[in-house]
Write a protein that binds this ligand. Structure first.
Ligand code: KIV
Length: 267
């Protein structure tokens, strides 16, 4: 039987200088494929609001959306640690609500941990989750549920004040007990400083090469995304072109009476 990656394994990877890999994925087949390729952790990100559901941002994603997709991903992931993303307003209301919603994501989604966005203001909720045994991943920098506060999807931590605040937030999250922190869209030097300051692993996205691990959204990584590609995204494949060609070929062959040919029919 394949052994599942654990939070302890991730911690050991930081201590031994082995980079951690994470991909944000939302469906059973892609979860199964990337799990078989040896990814360490899978995030079922609320970015699915944009990539899968076609919203402009992540704010309309519901807990039900997240549970459904986390279930699918968990069915595909034998080895990778699966982290379910808590969507906007499923936390931040009261400790009780946060516990209830995170508990539902763990219990019904069958994931091993949850992620939520924010810094110092989240510490009490994080401690409450840890008390009932729910491991939590933090997320700072360009936290997408704060998009309206930030005035768009913009690089964070550029001023001295913002830099200090992000570093303080990271330390407070570690003190509160998160097992890892996603650092999104911040200058690489700041991400490096945070990574060196913390004893837990940092996972970067648009945060340079010095983080303990890296995460990308699957649609960006394979070239399926219809959204403008941020600077940090490396497109490892062009699935959109492959799909376009396949569909065009199908349309042409049907129109020309070439498909289905004899080999594709029943006797
Ligand atoms: O929702 C998501 O996919 C994320 C990652 C980009 C870190 O939060």
């Amino acid at each position: 039987m394949i052994k599942k990656v654990t939070i302890k394994n991730l911690q050991k990877m930081k201590e031994e200088g082995e980079k951690i890999t994470m991909i944000s994925v939302y469906t059973y087949p892609l979860s199964k494929i990337i799990d078989q390729m040896g990814i360490d952790t899978i995030l079922v990100g609320d970015s699915l609001g944009m990539t899968i559901l076609g919203f402009e941002d992540t704010l309309k994603v519901t807990l039900e959306d997240m549970i459904r997709h986390t279930q699918a991903v968990s069915r595909g992931a034998e080895r990778a640690l699966v982290i379910g993303d808590l969507p906007f307003l499923s936390y931040g209301l009261s400790k009780e609500e946060t516990i209830k919603h995170a508990g539902m994501l763990i219990k019904e989604g069958n994931c091993q941990a949850v992620k939520l966005e924010g810094g110092e203001e989240r510490t009490e909720e994080i401690q409450a989750l840890l008390e009932i045994g729910v491991p939590v991943m933090g997320h700072i920098g360009l936290t997408p549920t704060y998009v309206n506060k930030f005035g768009g999807f913009k690089v964070q931590g550029k001023s001295q004040i913002a830099e200090t605040k992000l570093l303080e937030d990271a330390i407070k999250l570690e003190d509160a007990g998160v097992f890892s922190i996603v650092i999104e869209s911040v200058p690489w030097k700041l991400a490096k400083q945070i990574t060196e300051e913390l004893t837990i692993p940092t996972i970067g996205i648009g945060a340079g090469e010095y983080c303990d691990g890296q995460v990308l959204v699957i649609d960006d990584l394979i070239g399926l995304s219809l959204i403008d590609k941020p600077k940090f995204v490396k497109k490892y494949a062009n699935v959109q072109e492959i799909v376009k060609k396949a569909v065009k070929d199908f349309i042409n062959e049907v129109k020309e009476g070439k498909y289905p040919s004899e080999e594709f029919r029943y006797g």
